[in-house]
Design a protein around this ligand. Structure first.
Ligand code: Z5A
Length: 231
């Protein structure tokens, strides 16, 4: 579990070798991931698909406590502390929830994962990406999603969707920070086009949901018997 797998190809093989499927959703603030996952989960329940919806940070009981520390605007969190807290949450999340689910054949839909660390702490905060990748591999044992869906939206438009009073510590960063996050996502998607699919998250809610379902059916529909999602 704790071995390093530096080759992206090996890491991809690891994720696809489980009976379940590991899919992550990424994007700037307010892109609509949470909303879309709720709608999708209801539909997956209706067609009897064994799945879990989880999130990073905060997918476990310990992770919820780490999440509170990370997002509290009152906490002055140093960049390296921030990075290590996200990784600590993730180590617990993978071991306690994600891996057992994948081993039992579950479709795992995760709201943010390692690519958020690359985009926020790497491209936006400026922490070395090699260091981030090394720490991420330590935290996850190299577990990489077989599909990552980028909910793409202009950062200002995404932030504009959020509740005015509810801005957490990361949301309060300057708009330049959020632009770097979005640009970072685009670079990541360009580096691994076979893993990433980009959705235009500015479209109306129902259209985005249709796009999401179609992508899932195309990529893991056969394995999880999802054809009814788009009928
Ligand atoms: N972070 C990090 O820095 N490093 C890491 O490694 C990880 C995370 C894992 C987590 O907070 C924060 O931690 C996050 C990244 C950072 N930064 N911040 N801030 P979070 O989980 O609370 O953050 P989030 O994932 O960005 O949640 P969010 O802001 O709520 O975004 P969302 O889930 O993508 O959006 P939503 O809640 O579904 O929708 C937002 C609003 O838009 C809502 O009112 C919807 O009704 C509306 N909406 C949704 N879709 C549409 C469409 N299509 N049209 C119109 N309106 C829509």
């Amino acid at each position: 579990m704790y071995s390093f797998c530096s080759s992206p190809f090996l890491r991809y093989l690891m994720a696809t070798s489980y009976p379940g499927s590991f899919i992550t959703l990424e994007g700037p603030e307010g892109a609509g991931k949470t909303t879309q996952l709720k709608l999708l989960s209801r539909q997956l329940d209706q067609i009897g698909c064994k799945h879990i919806v989880t999130r990073d940070p905060g997918g476990t009981s310990l992770g919820k406590q780490i999440r509170r520390i990370l997002l509290n605007p009152e906490n002055p969190v140093m960049p390296m502390t921030e990075l290590l807290l996200y990784q600590a949450d993730r180590a617990q999340h993978v071991e306690e929830l994600i891996l057992p689910a994948l081993k039992s054949g579950t479709l795992v839909l995760c709201d943010r994962y390692v690519d958020s660390t690359r985009a926020y702490q790497g491209y936006a905060r400026g922490i070395d990406l090699d260091l981030i990748n090394t720490l991420s591999n330590m935290a996850t044992g190299g577990l990489t999603p077989e599909l990552t869906i980028l909910f793409d939206i202009d950062s200002a438009d995404g932030l504009g969707r959020l509740h005015p009073g509810g801005h957490d510590r990361l949301e309060r960063e300057a708009i330049e920070f959020h632009h770097k996050v979005r640009d970072g996502y685009h670079e990541l998607a360009a580096q691994e086009p076979e893993r990433w699919v980009i959705i235009d998250a500015k479209k109306p809610l129902t259209v985005v949901q249709e796009d999401l379902r179609r992508i899932l059916v195309e990529r893991v529909g056969e394995k999880h018997k999802l054809a009814a999602l788009i009928e």
